[in-house]
Write a protein that binds this ligand. Structure first.
Ligand code: NAP
Ligand code: MG
Length: 404
């Protein structure tokens, strides 16, 4: 059989622990037999990051800018315990944060839906993809505890030295707390573009919500920027694609989300996205079934699983014990990246392969063959628990039948 060729390299970011084990299995069992895999390899495993002073993470992000598509394995974000475990030179920053800062991207989190794993919200039939604005607001806030008698004011100093003062609160007979938040027009604009482009890319409606009735300047600015950009750049494209941009208040959005059958991208302000993405992920089932893609305003894509390195399973694996770790989200990171690479290069064969691999994966679970995390969730009457490698071999057998 002739292997599928790739004209442009895909940026491959390897990672840590159980997901690193799965990474190799996916390549060996499912990809290398069919594809002449053309990747530019970056080892983001913690040892290599330490050895290179984290330069490797920066290089991998720059390569993503250059080539446009990356696939990333989960990585350890070091803490005090990891410093000791790996005798690190420094407590390196989260690779995801470093990559996100370089690509200035928005993260979209999407559940993988299969028959038998029903969302806890019974109305949901289609995915709900959450887009979280990853800059500012409460995450970059300045705050203080104030004492009785304090007066809190907001002071804005103009470039010409002029001052505008707003009274926040007079704490004349009580102690209390104050907070100052900000965001930037550039960041909100790039978030809006990322959301509109992504909705077009996946051909789904886009929802956005804020509390503009209460926050008439701060939240309202988010609403206005989205509206202006939509009218100027996306209205015609959305109409042509048959999708809709829908704005409402955040509390109304939450109520509508619960009643909806899914099938849209939900753009969230930073805090809403933090909270809602965990709620939506839990309601859709397992962390092992949640993928994530970082999209930069310049059009670079980085695909990954939403979960971490599954440390507990890795320690079992190291002791020689059998594991049953779900590889689906990592597998879909690969298919997402290969499909996007194929789209950008006009490589229909590569796209077709990625779609077949996704189909083979879903059909394996729908046929009742799954890893331990899904067994207790699946409503199928006949189901069989397989180990980490066993699952990938089952997917491989199905894939083989489509490819021949
Ligand atoms: P985690 O790796 O997501 O795992 C938490 C628990 O969720 C696991 O112990 C397991 O539960 C379950 N789980 C997650 N993914 C699973 C899968 N694919 N199959 C089966 N079960 C799965 O989170 P963590 O243990 O908090 O973090 C571990 C390491 O990952 C940390 O060093 C952290 O820094 C890193 N991390 C990286 C990323 C990233 O690179 N994007 C994201 C998050 C965390 P049971 O043990 O009950 O089976
Ligand atoms: Mg959160």
């Amino acid at each position: 059989m002739n292997k599928i060729k790739m004209t442009t390299p895909l940026v491959e970011m390897d990672g840590d622990e159980m997901t690193r084990v799965i990474w190799k299995m996916i390549k060996d069992i499912l990809l290398l037999p069919y594809i002449d895999l053309n990747t530019e390899y970056y080892d983001l495993g913690l040892e290599k990051r330490d050895e290179t002073g984290d330069q490797i993470t920066i290089d991998s992000a720059n390569a993503t800018k250059k080539y446009g598509v990356a696939v990333k394995c989960a990585t350890i974000t070091p803490n005090a315990q990891r410093m000791e475990e790996y005798t690190l030179k420094e407590m390196w920053k989260s690779p995801n944060a470093t990559i996100r800062a370089i690509l200035d991207g928005t993260v979209f989190r999407a559940p993988i839906i299969v028959k038998g794993i029903e969302p806890l919200v019974s109305a949901w039939k289609k995915p709900i993809i959450i887009a979280r604005h990853a800059y500012g607001d409460v995450y970059k806030a300045v705050e203080d505890k104030v004492t009785k008698g304090d007066k809190a004011e907001l002071v804005v100093t103009g470039a010409d030295g002029s001052e505008r003062r707003f009274l926040i609160h007079d704490f004349d007979n009580t102690e209390g707390i104050v907070q100052g938040q900000h965001n930037t027009k550039a960041s909100i604009e790039s978030f809006a573009h990322a959301c509109f482009n992504f909705a077009l890319d996946v051909n789904m409606d886009l929802w956005f919500a804020t509390k503009d009735t209460i926050s008439k300047k701060y939240h309202h600015t988010f609403k206005d920027i989205f509206e202006e950009i939509y009218e100027a750049d996306y209205d015609a494209k959305f109409k042509a694609a048959g999708i809709e941009y829908f704005y409402t208040l955040i509390d109304d959005a939450v109520a509508r989300v619960m009643r909806s059958d899914g099938g849209y991208v939900w753009a969230c302000m930073n805090y809403d996205g933090d909270v809602m993405s965990d709620m939506v992920a839990t309601a859709f089932g397992s962390l092992g079934m949640m993928t994530s893609v970082l999209v930069s305003p310049s059009g670079a894509y980085e695909y990954e699983a939403a979960h971490g390195t599954v440390t507990r399973h890795y320690y079992k694996h190291l002791k020689g014990e059998e594991t049953s770790t779900n590889s689906v989200a990592t597998l879909f990171a690969w298919t997402g990246a290969l499909n996007k690479r194929g789209e950008l290069d006009g490589n229909a064969e590569l796209c077709k392969f990625a779609q077949n691999l996704e189909k083979a994966t879903k059909e394996t679970i729908e046929a009742g063959i799954m890893t331990g995390d899904l067994i207790s969730l699946s409503t199928l009457t006949e189901k069989k628990k397989v180990n980490t490698e066993g699952f990938l071999l089952e997917v491989g057998a199905r894939l083989k039948s489509y490819m021949s």
